[in-house]
Design a protein around this ligand. Structure first.
Ligand SMILES: NC(=O)C1=CN([C@@H]2O[C@H](COP(=O)(O)OP(=O)(O)OC[C@H]3O[C@@H](n4cnc5c(N)ncnc54)[C@H](OP(=O)(O)O)[C@@H]3O)[C@@H](O)[C@H]2O)[C@@H](O)CC1
Ligand SMILES: Nc1ncnc2c1ncn2[C@@H]1O[C@H](COP(=O)(O)OP(=O)(O)O)[C@@H](O)[C@H]1O
Length: 354
């Protein structure tokens, strides 16, 4: 497997943004289902749903988690929080009628009950294109030993409960957990550890670390049968068929809580718009994932007032702090600029307005 990725660009991304035409309706534009958030993390559901709407879905169904636990501190349930933030959302979906799904953001497998696990396994086995994030990642990397046993009796392959086209979205820590449960061996030696001193940009050590990330992502993708979107300053896309794409470095202002939930929403919306094509050819999940990462960074740059041409690389001081919700709110204008359907307004951007 080659560890040299194709760098994703605005020109390549543009074709994946679906601009509606006069014959479209809300169903044709793509119906997305989201089963995200929990009593502990209702905010993650709001962030993902907001991002998906802002990316341009036709209809969004939110399936509330099946939880025994009541939200602590008098907090609203995830469904109540979603509805308060985005009243256009249809609450209480079954698994029918959605072109694609997002699961796992804002959930913790340690707190997941049997009913919720069964609902997630049903979605993973439904054959629908699916984004698997955060607390659902264990269901597609269920453990090498368990996977092997279950593969023998035909109940579970190396990709766990997975039956349809899937893209998993781990950060480095989640990737390390998936690697461990899938292969039961340590990550490659050149893998960039959190405690190691940062490699100089452009140095041989940085190149070696990037190659290690890419090769590991390709190996995991091939093993679990799902495209891997490995998050970080540079986000990598690795498909089971060997496609390898890279985005970034993204603006470092993106390194803030909840931006991963926003990315999952963007990705879900793009997936719903291209669900039929992805069912035909799951390798398309790599360019769709790369487009989501590029749009995510473009929205963050717009929200933080830093240049959108990629010149605010790691280590520079361009831009200003953003929150995950700021990033979600900036998506429509980043989308229009990327699709070429709107003139960018540098003066407004410099003032931090979308
Ligand atoms: N508003 C909300 O509702 C929000 C809800 N959220 C939800 O919270 C849930 C938990 O997600 P999470 O990512 O915070 O925790 P978790 O999965 O335990 O991993 C953390 C451990 O992994 C490691 N680690 C290594 N590299 C790393 C890296 N690059 N980035 C991060 N971690 C890295 C590191 O371990 P260390 O290396 O320090 O030993 C670290 O301690 C999830 O469902 C998410 O959706 C959030 O989105 C926030 C907003
Ligand atoms: N140093 C960085 N520079 C640019 N982007 C980053 C950096 N670190 C993380 N990111 C991006 O921020 C997002 C964080 O996602 P994640 O770790 O899942 O956060 P959360 O779980 O809080 O939503 C990802 O899209 C990741 O690519």
């Amino acid at each position: 497997m080659s560890g040299v990725p194709v760098t994703w660009s605005s020109e390549r991304a543009r074709g994946w943004l679906r601009v509606p035409g006069p014959r479209d309706d809300k169903y044709r534009r793509g119906v997305l289902g989201m089963r995200t958030g929990s009593a502990r993390y209702p905010g993650a559901a709001v962030l993902g749903v907001t991002a998906a709407w802002r990316t341009g879905v036709g209809l969004l169904r939110y399936a509330p988690p099946r939880e025994e636990r009541l939200p602590p501190h008098g907090l609203p349930s995830p469904a109540a929080a979603v509805l308060a933030a985005r009243p256009e959302t249809v609450i209480g979906a079954g698994t029918d009628g959605c072109a694609a799904w997002v699961i796992g953001s804002g959930t913790d497998p340690a707190e997941r009950g049997e009913a919720e696990r069964a609902a997630l396994v049903e979605l993973l086995g439904s054959g629908s294109p699916i984004v698997v994030d955060a607390g659902a990642l264990d269901l597609v990397a269920p453990g090498a030993e368990r996977g092997a046993d279950a593969a023998r009796d035909g109940s579970l392959g190396a990709g766990g409960a997975l039956r349809g086209p899937a893209i998993v979205t781990p950060h480095a820590g989640e990737f390390a957990r998936m690697w461990d449960t899938t292969f039961g061996s340590p990550l490659p030696e050149a893998w960039p550890g959190r405690d190691a001193p940062a490699a100089e940009p452009g140095s041989a050590r940085e190149a070696e670390a990037e190659t290690a990330r890419a090769e590991a992502a390709l190996r995991l993708a091939a093993r679990i049968g799902a495209t891997v979107l490995l998050k970080g300053s540079r986000t990598l896309l690795a498909s089971p068929g060997g496609t390898l794409l890279a985005c970034g470095p993204a603006t470092p202002w993106l390194a803030t809580a909840g931006t991963g939930d926003v990315l999952a929403g963007i990705l879900g919306a793009l997936l719903a718009a291209h669900a039929d094509a992805v069912r035909e050819d799951p390798e398309l999940l790599a360019p769709i994932g790369a487009t989501a990462a590029l749009l995510h960074d473009a929205a963050a740059r717009r929200a933080s007032g830093c240049p959108e041409d990629g010149s605010a690389a790691e280590g520079t001081t361009a831009g200003r702090p953003v929150t995950a919700l700021d990033v979600a709110e900036a998506i429509p204008h980043a989308c229009a600029a990327l699709a070429g359907t709107a003139e960018t307004d540098p003066a407004a951007r410099a003032a931090g307005k979308p």
